[in-house]
Design a protein around this ligand. Structure first.
Ligand SMILES: *Cc1c(COP(=O)(O)O)cnc(C)c1O
Length: 391
């Protein structure tokens, strides 16, 4: 029996490392292995690699090198932004209020919940519309005298919707609040210039743009005090302790540089395949809706809900046919409850349980899309029939 083909449509969960990125990283495992904090030659060579990487990231974000903090992942960057800013405000003796949206990644949502539940901070979750978009006016309405931080993601991982970050920042700043954006899904697709975006803090993670897993960065505007969430050594100007992951830092910078050198080519390729997927699924599957914004969405992102379908069962059927996809966010698979992101957008629970996320990438081909459009409608019908028998 021949193995079924593998069609990877889960690039929002992670991406393969670009071979050029791997090549750039390799010398820093075995040859230039010094600790960047060491005084000697090997240490200085490693430090130079870290600082070159920082310069590359700063150039793409349009900021100063000192404004970049390397972390272990996107989640850690989000944690540091929220906990760091809120705890620093408290250290200053200020009462501090945080605003987030209901569609934030758990790295923001659960950190905010911890700040509220364990540390007594005031947190407001503002509503989103049916596309999962945050209106700047709702942020304005939620702003208080003591609002310290507004954290809204640049684009959503589950439904692909792009947020009006600039407009939200323009509203939050006059209130005296700082603005953080989780740009993990947007890095490599949309401009990351922090001055243009008007944000004070911004999170990225390398494995979402063809870099290695386990490395992220946080932009924190000059002058922003961050209480470190990981304390210890004085690395990253005391903002994040721990010996630098030199090969991973080199990989993050190389991946980011390549992604923006080639951004137009990749976006055009993704958008063409995404649009075929969306049109094909809506055409061939009865009782199917696109989730997220129809136009203001990530170039590679197609997401749906199907009425009366168990999303996890559907994923298993697709996996057997060699299609790697996701239901809602990858971190949530195995959990049978409907996605809180979809519920916050007003999706009915009977529909929200049947969510499917298909995210294309650089190596996705037209033939992959043909195959997916052959397999998915049949799989949805099969899962629907079984569900109806069991009901
Ligand atoms: C993947 C993701 C994260 C987490 O990044 P890690 O590097 O995997 O910790 C955070 N936010 C969003 C929007 C993501 O998609």
């Amino acid at each position: 029996m021949s193995q079924p083909r593998t069609v990877y449509l889960d690039h929002a969960a992670t991406t393969p490392v670009d071979p050029r990125v791997l090549e750039a990283m390799l010398p820093y495992f075995t040859e230039v292995y010094g600790n960047p904090s060491s005084m000697h030659r090997l240490g200085r060579a490693a430090e130079r690699a870290v600082e070159d990487a920082r310069e590359t990231v700063a150039r793409i974000l349009g900021c100063n090198q000192e404004e970049i903090v390397f972390t272990s992942c996107g989640s850690e960057s989000d944690n540091l932004a929220l906990r760091g800013v809120m705890l620093a405000a408290r250290q200053n003796g200020a009462s501090a209020h945080l605003i987030i949206s209901p569609v934030e990644h758990d790295a923001v949502a659960k950190t905010a919940a911890q700040l509220a539940d364990l540390m007594g901070f005031a947190v407001t979750v503002v509503p989103v519309d049916r596309y999962g978009q945050i209106a700047p006016e709702v942020v304005a309405a939620a702003c208080r005298e003591d609002t310290t931080l507004v954290s809204v993601m640049y684009a959503n991982n589950e439904v692909g919707t792009i947020q009006p970050v600039r407009a939200i920042a323009d509203i939050a700043h006059p209130c005296g609040a700082l603005v953080h954006t989780d740009a993990v899904q947007t890095a490599g697709q949309l401009p990351l210039d922090v001055r243009e975006l008007g944000v004070d803090l911004l999170t990225i993670s390398a494995h979402k743009f063809y870099g290695p897993k386990g490395i992220g960065a946080l932009y924190a505007r000059d002058g922003i005090r961050l209480t470190p969430s990981q304390s210890g050594g004085a690395q990253e100007q005391g903002r994040r302790a721990g010996t630098h992951a030199v090969p991973l830092i080199v990989g993050l910078a190389k991946a980011l540089e390549l992604a923006y050198e080639e951004v137009d080519i990749h976006n055009a390729h993704s958008a063409r395949l995404r649009d075929r997927l969306i049109a094909g699924i809506l055409d061939r599957v009865p009782d199917a809706h696109l989730t997220g914004h129809p136009a203001q969405r990530l170039y590679n992102h197609a997401s749906f809900v199907f009425k009366d379908v168990d999303g996890n069962t559907l994923l298993m059927h697709l996996d057997l046919a060699g299609i790697a996809a996701s239901s809602g966010s990858a971190c949530k698979t195995g959990q049978p409850e409907p996605s809180t992101v979809l519920l916050s957008m007003g999706v009915e629970p009977t529909w929200a349980l049947g969510s499917l996320r298909l995210t294309v990438g650089r190596q996705t081909t037209e033939a992959d899309i043909d195959y997916a459009l052959d397999v998915i409608p049949e799989a949805v019908e099969k899962v629907r029939k079984v569900g109806a028998w069991l009901a």
